[in-house]
Design a protein around this ligand. Structure first.
Ligand SMILES: [Zn+2]
Length: 188
């Protein structure tokens, strides 16, 4: 029996690829949707394929819904541009960051070191423990209220390097409706 197999199954009328793994000592069937929307299934070594297919089919709706969610979330982030466009967007994002960071930091007064604008396809922004802020060059393509949310989110990591209650309280000072903006961001 193969340890890793590529298979296909019909879910709600659509063919769906998945990777079937049989890691040692696995005793239960487990489904996983990775951050790029790929489906994988871990199964015990001796488990027959028809039972695995039955298990996946019984969760068809959940799988289809969640793969769509993951893919939608990445659609704007995964947009590819030509070098000249990237250069242009980087300049716009830099201007946006300079003015909005200054605006929001008037009340927070955090000190940060370097601001970098990156071409990442997995995230909108990040904050390093050294106090450097990183943002995605695609930030200027977002609706302004969502870009503001990302800017404030990373800015607040200078005060709290975690996602604790205190962190969200900090975010809420500038963006009281941050939860609604998070939801909108996921829909993009
Ligand atoms: Zn965060």
């Amino acid at each position: 029996m193969k340890r890793v197999e590529k298979r296909t199954i019909n879910l709600l009328g659509q063919s769906q690829d998945f990777v079937l793994r049989r890691p040692p000592r696995t005793r239960y069937l487990r489904l996983r949707i990775s951050s790029d929307g790929a489906l994988s299934v871990a199964a015990p070594r001796s488990y027959p394929i028809f039972l695995i297919n039955q298990f996946i089919s019984s969760r068809a709706q959940w799988i289809v819904t969640n793969i769509k969610k993951v893919k939608d979330r990445h659609s704007l982030l995964s947009l590819k541009h030509q070098a000249s466009e990237i250069k242009k967007y980087k300049i716009t994002t830099k201007e946006l960051l300079e003015s909005r960071l200054k605006h929001f930091n008037q009340s927070y007064n955090f000190s940060f070191r370097r601001i970098a604008i990156r071409n990442q396809r997995s995230r909108w922004g990040s904050c390093s423990s050294k106090g450097n802020l990183n943002f995605n060059y695609r930030l200027c393509l977002l609706p302004p209220d969502l870009a503001d949310y990302i800017i404030v989110h990373e800015l607040c990591h200078l005060g709290q390097m975690n996602h604790s209650k205190h962190f969200w309280q900090l975010v809420a000072k500038a963006i009281p409706d941050y939860k609604a903006r998070q939801k909108d961001l996921k829909k993009l």
